[in-house]
Design a protein around this ligand. Structure first.
Ligand SMILES: [Zn+2]
Length: 108
């Protein structure tokens, strides 16, 4: 976590993702990985903690994988609002514009 209390790095575990995908045989490893990454990005933007349902549920089972497969596993309205708020706040308080942080290679 940085000084704001929000994290800046997450991990995903491919073995656990593969095991979950194999356990239910509903969604592919790639689909579970993508939604897991979205879940982790949710943590980076709205903080720790989980909800009782949806993409921010702590442990996914058959119901979540079926929703994931149908592309119905989503952030709830509060989570979407919090994510948009965080992105706007970070954009507005960023001291360095994103393009200024990119360095062009010296030999171009
Ligand atoms: Zn989580």
């Amino acid at each position: 976590m940085d000084g704001t209390g929000y994290g800046f790095m997450v991990d995903t575990y491919c073995d656990a993702i593969h095991e979950l995908a194999q356990l239910y045989s509903i969604a592919s490893d790639d689909q579970v990985l993508g939604y897991t990454m979205a879940h982790e990005l949710g943590h980076l933007l709205i903080g720790p903690g989980h909800r009782s349902d949806g993409i921010m549920r702590a442990a996914w089972g058959r119901q979540e994988l079926e929703s994931l497969k149908r592309r119905h596993l989503t952030f709830n309205a509060w989570e979407r609002s919090a994510i948009v708020h965080q992105l706007r706040m970070r954009r507005d308080t960023s001291r360095v514009p994103i393009e200024a942080g990119l360095q062009r290679p010296q030999n171009e």
